[in-house]
Design a protein around this ligand. Structure first.
Ligand code: DNO
Length: 359
């Protein structure tokens, strides 16, 4: 296991590489070319530039999150051929630059969805939160009209202004895409890219849908043990793997997280580890990483990763906003650094305990 932090690049992030390097035990970053659009080919020069910037700070790129998938691929329209071709070229260029982990998602239209960006907790920290009631209260027509996703002060992360302008057309594009079609399109895409992944040893790691159920009537498939195992089997190649995100699968309380991790042995290439606190099954907030602050047993999650021989990068995921930090919701420095230290502590204890048992 390698502890990492997500970094949004010098242009967008309030957190610097120097600060990341000073978090004990963090040796790598997870990043991407933030100004590239889905479907674009990433040149070797740009990839190298990013690598050199990270390496100059004494860190390395442990994985790319994300190389986003163009909607033509997700919806399976004829233009997908060109976009898959471009994706393959990006993978080849990444491989040639010695980068071997790619996180991506297959969520239609929106990435992760939260309905509050700064819910105040009793200790004065603020956190991202979700209630199904708030989503259900949105009328789709009004949603299309609302500017840049700003609905009564609630901005949905992943609803970038540029995307909101096209949201109506995007919904149109998905109107005949149901769960089965989405599985089919994902299979088609994975089968096409696997030869490049085999050649360059690239681990593809699909991120779960968050929340792990359908929102706004759009299909969502990466939501449960059954579905993710189906994806693993339908393209049975170790390079077809997963980003195990506890906070995303965990939105559905029926998902038994340690059990899911164990069932994915050999296929977990990347882990996002964070905790949620539930007020009801459809009202939750992102708590501190500590088990006692939320609903999940973080020790059991780390232990399951240890038990399957997980060797990839872990990143603490969204953090609370604490100590008056001003940063991108979920992606400040302080609480993620606390998360990294805590997860590293759990891991050290697990490793030592297991060694002792063998004596
Ligand atoms: C949220 C993230 C997601 C994730 C993408 C992967 O904080 O975990 O936005 O990066 O879904 O493609």
């Amino acid at each position: 296991m390698e502890m990492t932090l997500r970094w949004y690049g010098s242009k967008f992030d309030t957190v610097t590489l120097k600060q990341i390097r000073q978090i004990p035990g963090v040796t790598g970053v997870i990043t991407t070319l933030y100004d590239s659009a889905p479907g674009e080919v990433w040149s070797r020069e740009r990839i190298r530039g990013l690598k050199e910037e990270v390496e100059a700070a004494g860190l390395h790129i442990a994985g790319i999150e994300s190389v986003n998938i163009h909607d033509a691929i997700k919806t399976g329209v004829p233009e997908r051929e060109q976009y898959i071709e471009n994706y393959i070229r990006t993978l080849e260029n990444l491989g040639q630059e010695d980068l071997h982990l790619v996180c991506y998602n297959f969520m239609p239209v929106f990435d992760w969805t939260r309905t509050e960006l700064a819910r105040v907790r009793p200790d004065g920290s603020t956190v991202l939160a979700y209630t199904q009631e708030a989503v259900d209260a949105l009328e789709p027509e009004k949603m299309f009209e609302s500017i840049a996703g700003d609905m009564n002060g609630t901005i949905m992360p992943g609803w970038e202004p540029e995307r909101m302008e096209h949201v109506k057309e995007l919904f149109e594009l998905y109107k005949d895409v149901d769960d089965e079609k989405l599985f089919e399109n994902l299979k088609y895409f994975l089968e096409k890219i696997m030869p490049a992944c085999d050649k360059y040893n690239i681990n593809m790691a699909i991120h779960p849908d968050d929340p792990a159920w359908s929102v706004f009537g759009l299909p969502r498939i990466i939501i449960s043990k059954e579905n993710i195992l189906r994806v693993m089997k339908m393209v049975d190649n170790p390079h077809n793997g997963v980003t195990f995100c506890s906070g995303s699968y965990g939105t559905n309380l029926n998902n038994d997280l340690p059990d899911m991790i164990r069932s994915l042995k050999g296929r977990v290439h990347f882990a996002h580890v964070r905790n949620l606190k539930f007020h009801s099954p459809t009202n939750f907030e992102e708590s501190a990483h500590l088990s006692s602050d939320g609903t999940f047993d973080m020790y059991e999650i780390m232990k399951a990763l240890y038990d399957i021989g997980f060797e990839g990068p872990v990143r603490p995921d969204h953090g609370r906003m604490i100590w008056d930090e001003v940063a991108m919701p979920g992606y400040g420095l302080y609480d993620r650094a606390l998360g990294a230290a805590y997860l590293n502590g759990l891991w050290e204890a697990i490793v030592k305990n297991e060694k002792m048992k063998k004596r």
